[in-house]
Design a protein around this ligand. Structure first.
Ligand SMILES: C[S@@+](CC[C@H](N)C(=O)[O-])C[C@H]1O[C@@H](n2cnc3c(N)ncnc32)[C@H](O)[C@@H]1O
Length: 364
């Protein structure tokens, strides 16, 4: 594959990305329309597009798209060879949007550096099977943060491996795995993953419960719930129920739960290393609106907790409006819940997404 071919294709994708189209979605559409592109070329094009949006504020906006991509790749090469060649002040000014300071007065230098690197790929092995899986896949590293997490450093397309097809692992970011561990559900308990999406955390909860008890997984999108069901079947997990819930006061069940996870829709600032295009499309108004929606989602599910039950709130973002403000506003409105310690997981400390996790216990 020539670098010129890759640059031309990446330039075409960059030219197609509009303020409302996410970079990863533009890539998916481009690959669907150009099925003949082979996996190595697809990987190179995807990386070039992500590198472009990491360095876009350093690049002359009027140059032809493939020249802009070429410039971005050159900036990435220089940064990878010597991260100190880019000053922290320059990263604070150009690697993130200006409005972010209103929501994050402190921008840790380590995080700004992390934002400009290629992201790590994390797997979640089935409980207790990480060592055996690592031996079969090769190119895996353990972490002391989670017993089942593996960082994959190889180049094989993991979705094509027999281990993936047999349900022996999920691709799941380390920060997301730490949300499941923070829930710590007991086997036999009843949990509700209220914003289940495609079920990444639902499946983790089912696994932690050793296929015993039940996890309700709800989402507003039926298509995502269908994916959850396919994934559960592959993993041979049966202790779940999928239900549609649009986030309103009309709940999908009258059941009371030992635990509820609200992995809420958020601005995703903690994923900006993996999804750099979002840095330039997310607005302060989005962040504030999402914060209010998160408080509303928490309020709607709170009455479904059993006495002594735990409510866990997680967002893959780091803004004040979606973290401490949500905790303060929700706690003030719900004196029947006891707040517990919250935690902020920083991308540069985990080599993974950023995440905020808070929890409450219903007073008995
Ligand atoms: C952060 S994602 C969940 C990711 C998922 N838990 C996982 O681990 O893969 C948030 C989910 O909330 C859902 N959502 C957004 N707004 C909602 C609402 N008002 N009510 C219910 N679900 C909503 C979205 O469809 C999305 O799937």
């Amino acid at each position: 594959m020539s670098e010129k071919t890759m640059l031309i294709h990446a330039g075409r994708v960059v030219a197609q990305v509009s303020p409302v189209t996410r970079g990863d979605i533009a890539l998916r559409h481009y690959f669907e329309a150009n099925e003949w592109l082979q996996p190595p070329l697809r990987r190179a094009i995807s990386r070039a597009v992500f590198v472009y949006f990491r360095w876009v504020q350093w690049i002359a906006p009027k140059a032809p798209p493939f020249e802009r991509v070429q410039h971005a790749l050159e900036l990435q090469r220089r940064f990878d060879a010597n991260p100190a060649s880019v000053k922290i002040e320059a990263l604070a000014a150009r690697a993130v949007p200006d409005w972010l300071r209103e929501e994050m007065p402190e921008l840790p230098p380590g995080w700004l550096l992390q934002l400009q690197r290629d992201p790590a790929l994390w797997l979640r092995a089935r409980p207790g099977a990480a060592d055996a899986l690592a031996a079969r896949l090769g190119d895996c590293e353990r972490t002391d943060r989670s017993p089942d997490a593996l960082r994959y450093t190889g180049r094989t397309d993991l979705f094509l491996t027999p281990e993936f097809k047999a349900g022996e692992f999920e691709i799941q970011d380390l920060a997301s795995q730490l949300v499941g561990l923070a829930c710590a559900p007991e086997p036999g308990a009843t949990w509700w993953d209220a914003c289940a999406g495609e079920g990444g955390k639902t499946l983790h909860l089912c696994d932690l419960m050793r296929n015993k008890g039940v996890v309700w997984g709800s989402d507003r999108h039926t298509g995502r719930l269908e994916t959850l069901k396919r994934r559960a079947k592959r993993a041979q997990l049966f202790n779940y129920r999928a239900a549609v819930w649009d986030g309103s006061a009309k709940l999908p069940t009258k059941a009371k739960f030992d635990g509820i996870l609200v992995d809420a829709p958020c601005s995703g600032v903690g994923t900006w290393q993996r999804n750099p295009h979002a840095r330039w499309t997310t607005t302060l108004a989005d962040v504030r609106e999402l914060g209010a929606r998160q408080v509303s989602l928490l309020g709607h599910v709170a009455g479904s907790l059993k006495p002594g039950g735990r409510l866990v709130y997680a967002v893959c973002t780091l803004t004040r409006a979606e973290t401490s403000t949500v905790v303060e506003d929700f706690s003030a409105a719900h004196p029947e819940l006891e707040p517990q310690a919250s935690q902020t997981l920083w991308p540069h400390e985990l080599n993974a997404n950023g995440m905020f996790i808070a929890a409450w216990t219903r007073k008995k």
